[in-house]
Design a protein around this ligand. Structure first.
Ligand code: G3P
Length: 223
């Protein structure tokens, strides 16, 4: 399986609306030079259509755990898929849901032939999530999110142990939180991760081209 690089745009000013499209196009352009890495973006639901129709990138977004029906204001996975989404980001620590809701969304993604990427804040949670067999899991310690110290530097043993858990189920592991440069990426891969989930290191970077290039270079540092 290819290495995975996911940029989560969150609701940062630089990652929504027309800026989401611009950023996705820049990521697509740079990522085309790194064919050994599968690059995806996570956008807010309103940006899925434009981003997925303006680029060839795989677009992930966030759905609520509900079906078609009377749920005003909720986002349903079926609608995201119809608008071009490739997968669902489930249980991000900024949008936590119950284990039952996680299961619901993994099954829905599977039915809709969408990918499920499920986040866990810690090992205990991860152990429960892998049993639900999502396509990808991601470990992200909440306290490091948005900071300058990467999870691979601050908590190497967490990644190692998370890998032990996910590899038993043959589920690729991502890690995220504070990932800012090539070395953070290389360390994560060395510890067993298949890739990284990055937000502020790209979306808030002054020089986004430089930040994206540097992070993607990290996928070849150990070779
Ligand atoms: O989903 C990725 C995210 O939570 C990590 O955020 O800003 O620490 O790269 P950041």
């Amino acid at each position: 399986m290819k290495r995975i690089f996911i940029v989560n745009f969150k609701n940062y000013r630089g990652g929504v609306g027309s800026r989401a499209v611009k950023l996705a196009m820049l990521i697509e352009e740079i990522a085309s030079e790194y064919e050994h890495v599968e690059t995806m973006v996570v956008t807010e639901p309103p940006d899925v259509f434009r981003v997925s129709h303006s680029t060839k990138l795989k677009v992930i977004s966030v759905a609520d755990p509900v079906d078609f029906g009377r749920h005003t204001g909720a986002v349903i996975a079926e609608d995201l898929k119809d608008n071009g989404a490739y997968g669902l980001l489930i249980n991000h620590s900024e949008n936590k849901i119950s284990l039952g809701a996680i299961k619901f969304l993994i099954l829905k993604a599977r039915t809709l032939q969408m990918k499920s990427i499920v986040c866990a804040e810690n090992l205990n949670q991860l152990k429960k999530i892998v049993k639900l067999k999502p396509d990808i899991v991601a470990v992200e310690p909440k306290e490091l999110i948005g900071g300058n110290v990467s999870v691979s530097t601050a908590k190497p043993s967490l990644i190692k142990r998370a890998y032990d858990v996910s590899s038993k189920y043959k589920i690729p592991l991502l890690c995220g939180a504070g990932v800012k440069n090539d070395e953070d990426v290389a360390k994560a891969l060395k510890l067993g991760a298949s890739g990284v989930l990055v937000a502020s290191g790209v979306v808030k970077a002054k020089n986004k081209r430089k930040a994206i290039t540097n992070l993607l270079n990290g996928f070849s540092l150990n070779n």
